[in-house]
Design a protein around this ligand. Structure first.
Ligand code: PLP
Length: 386
């Protein structure tokens, strides 16, 4: 859990480990030391523990256990989905459709595939971060083999119309990959209802450990492996399994199921934060607020203060937030997400992401509001913090 003297409002970048997850991982680390590929008893015990965890994760998205492949990160799952599927289907066609607001692990795969003679269509989004399903329909041609669309955006929390897209694609017989890293654990997901062929999950966004993730690969979907080695994960992802991580991931999923009532609490906190901030600083604007959004994210434009200066001032005051996504922050590149949403450069460069989670308290939110207002007012009066 975060140090109480600091206020952590960066849950979209990563979440602290839930103490229950840590406890289970400590026990698992001691007990399941043997290699699950070993034929002896301790090895088989490790294997059984992994399979139990796989079942828990599969059930949470209404999939079958054999459809879950463990990987080392959401990034790796996205790579396996995009590169693995296009390698198998390259003789059927060379066209991929995605959106302009995907995580960098999808966008960079697309750039890689572009260099391998694939054609990429990037769907536009509107000011609410929404793609137009009609634009998707008209982008599909006889060469389209894969569509990859995220379920919720990491910078704004905007939710994309996955069900509608799934219905279009299943009719057109085009494979559908969904990056659900931000949405998983916050909204119920059924791969059956959504008609999804591949779906990316990552443990560290749901109070689980870092370095463990999964890719759902529907039973009838073929994916060529992108790493070469042993036959683990039914030949789809080699390497000795991260048993402790897998068990921690499964416990994080169990905790999510048991703590469903936290959703409303976090939603109320986030809404209280936005409402109060607007009262204190009427100049702010909330990016994507009018559309469907995750309950955890708040992407806010502060006129007059560059986002990175705001981030540093907040950090000095003990509040951890992000500008853009965790991977691109530090690079000083303007957010590709807010750019795609059509905001002007001033708004893009002066926006900050606050994200709330399981351990955020009302008291911390109130303290954060006080400190943010203080920084803003001081800045307006020309008192430089940085
Ligand atoms: N996709 C989205 C939407 C994300 O937010 C992230 C992480 O921030 C990833 C993929 C990558 O996941 P990981 O950090 O497990 O590589």
């Amino acid at each position: 859990m975060p140090n109480k003297s600091r206020i952590y409002l960066d849950y979209a970048a990563t979440t602290p480990l839930d103490p229950a997850v840590l406890k289970i991982m400590n026990e698992a680390g001691e007990r399941y030391y043997a290699n699950p590929s070993s034929l002896h008893y301790p090895g088989q015990e490790s294997k059984v523990a992994i399979e139990k965890a796989r079942q828990v994760i599969a059930e949470s998205i209404q999939a079958k256990a054999r459809e879950i492949v463990f990987t080392g990160s959401g990034t790796e799952s996205n790579n396996l989905a995009l590169i693995g599927v296009t390698r198998v289907n390259r003789f059927k066609g060379n066209h991929i459709i995605t959106t302009r607001i995907e995580h960098v692990s999808v966008l960079e795969c697309c750039e890689y595939l572009k260099n391998k003679r694939f054609r990429i269509t990037y769907l536009n989004v509107n000011k609410l971060g929404q793609v137009d399903p009609e634009e998707l329909k008209s982008s599909i041609d006889s060469d389209t083999i894969l569509v990859s669309v995220m379920m919720a955006n990491n910078e704004t929390g905007c939710l994309l119309p996955i069900k509608e897209i799934g219905a279009i694609l299943s009719e057109q017989k085009v494979l559908f990959h969904v990056d659900a890293v931000q949405a998983f654990g916050k909204i119920d997901i059924s791969v059956q209802d959504l008609k999804v062929d591949l779906l990316t999950l990552s443990a560290h966004k749901i109070y689980g450990p870092k370095g463990i993730a999964a890719l759902y690969i529907g039973n009838d979907v073929s994916v060529e492996r992108i790493l070469h080695g042993g036959a683990q994960e039914r030949n789809r992802r080699p390497g000795t399994e991260n048993i402790t991580g897998i068990i921690g991931f499964s416990e994080a999923v169990t905790q999510i199921n048991e703590k469903k009532d936290e959703h409303n609490r976090i939603l109320n906190l986030r809404n209280y934060f936005e409402h109060e901030l607007k009262q204190r600083i009427p100049d702010i604007l909330i990016n994507g607020v009018e559309g469907p959004r995750l309950y955890s994210h708040s992407n806010i434009y502060f006129p007059f203060i560059p986002g990175d200066a705001m981030l540093m001032n907040l950090d000095i005051q003990g509040i951890a937030v992000s500008v853009g996504s965790a991977c691109s922050s530090g690079s000083q590149r303007p957010s590709h997400v807010l750019t795609a949403m059509g905001f002007e450069p001033e708004r893009i460069n002066r926006s900050v992401r606050f994200s709330f989670g399981r351990f955020t308290s009302r008291e911390e939110t109130e303290q954060a509001l006080d400190r943010i207002s203080e920084i803003y007012q001081s800045r307006l009066k020309g008192i430089k913090y940085v």
